[in-house]
Design a protein around this ligand. Structure first.
Ligand code: BDR
Ligand code: CA
Length: 307
């Protein structure tokens, strides 16, 4: 089985992605490294532990990481995910606690343990991975594949006019990661928008018997109503799509390889992912950008995770 390390900030769509990873027989989740992002670190760690518990995966170590971006503070996404990141439904905390080792150290250690085979998937701000790269710049040589959920490849943002949340939350970290990995798969916000599922279908799947569907029905309630008001009948799971393509690369029907830069500084474009579609800057094509994923496959993966 392919060893899978997930860096995440749960978050409602992160939770779905984690459940998808746990349900996949071809991958073994070897750890979760946690960042602040959607909400504060204390909540994202508690939420990761809770997902493990619900999925019956208390054997998966959870490593708390950075509680803020590398340089500049940034607002969270509690309006979408709820103040506790899980829809404020008053879940009992998981019985288990987190590991004491820092996420950045755990990323390095797990990359040694699974050198040449490790699949690293990032579903949140890239702070932990950037810090790991500063501690050990040889990290990319041991990671077989990196899949990043982040960015908006034609500058159709979700947190500012042109920036996507994960990159905007810590643009300096994204800049470090995008510059260090010679190749990575990018699942951006615009791909997520193009792969929505009908809310009425999702709500049917959420009615499946068993604790996993009941848990996800509860934590996603707030964000489903928010999504319906903001975007209508289709519900978009950015992290779910990123995990789908990470687990099943054969479901990618169309992609494009291009250079990607992150806009830093404090203009209104801060955190924008600038894709050099016409290759005008002469930089290497590092990002394989997801354009189309098999929608039926995606929906099967989500259903299996909930069922
Ligand atoms: C990303 O931002 C977060 O709110 C989601 O969890 C996802 O990782 C989408 O822009
Ligand atoms: Ca996320």
């Amino acid at each position: 089985r392919i060893p899978l390390l997930i860096d995440t900030d749960p978050g409602v769509d992160d939770a779905l992605a984690l459940l998808m990873a746990f349900a996949d027989p071809r991958h073994e989740v070897v750890g979760l490294t946690i960042a602040a992002g959607n909400v504060g670190l204390q909540h994202t760690v508690a939420n990761a532990l809770k997902v493990c518990e619900v999925a019956g995966r208390d054997d998966v170590p959870v490593f708390p990481g950075c509680d803020r971006p590398l340089l500049h503070p940034s607002p969270d996404a509690a309006n979408v995910h709820g103040r506790d990141g899980f829809g404020d439904v008053g879940l009992a905390p998981a019985a288990r606690g987190a590991e004491s080792r820092h996420a950045a150290e755990a990323i390095i250690e797990l990359s040694h343990r699974h050198a040449g085979r490790l699949l690293l998937v990032t579903l949140g701000p890239l702070t932990n991975v950037a810090l790991a790269l500063r501690l050990d710049p040889t990290l990319p040589t041991r990671v077989a594949r990196l899949v990043v959920m982040g960015g908006a490849v034609t500058a159709h943002g979700n947190i500012t006019p042109s920036a996507e949340f994960n990159v905007f939350f810590d643009p300096e970290a994204a800049h470090i990661v995008f510059g260090a990995f010679p190749r990575f798969d990018l699942c951006d916000w615009e791909a997520a928008l193009a792969h929505g599922v009908l809310l009425r279908d999702a709500e049917r799947w959420l009615a499946a018997p068993g604790p996993v569907a009941a848990f996800y029905e509860a934590v996603s309630r707030h964000t489903r109503r928010w999504s319906e008001d903001a975007r209508g009948e289709r519900w978009h799971s950015a992290d779910g799509l990123a995990m789908a393509m990470a687990l099943r690369p054969d479901g990618v029907l169309e992609s494009a390889e291009r250079p990607v830069e992150v806009v830093l500084g404090h203009s209104p474009a801060r955190g924008t992912t600038l894709v050099d579609w016409q290759r005008q800057l002469g930089r290497p094509d590092r990002a394989r950008i997801l354009l189309r994923y098999d929608q039926a496959r995606l929906e099967d993966q989500v259903r299996e995770a909930l069922g």
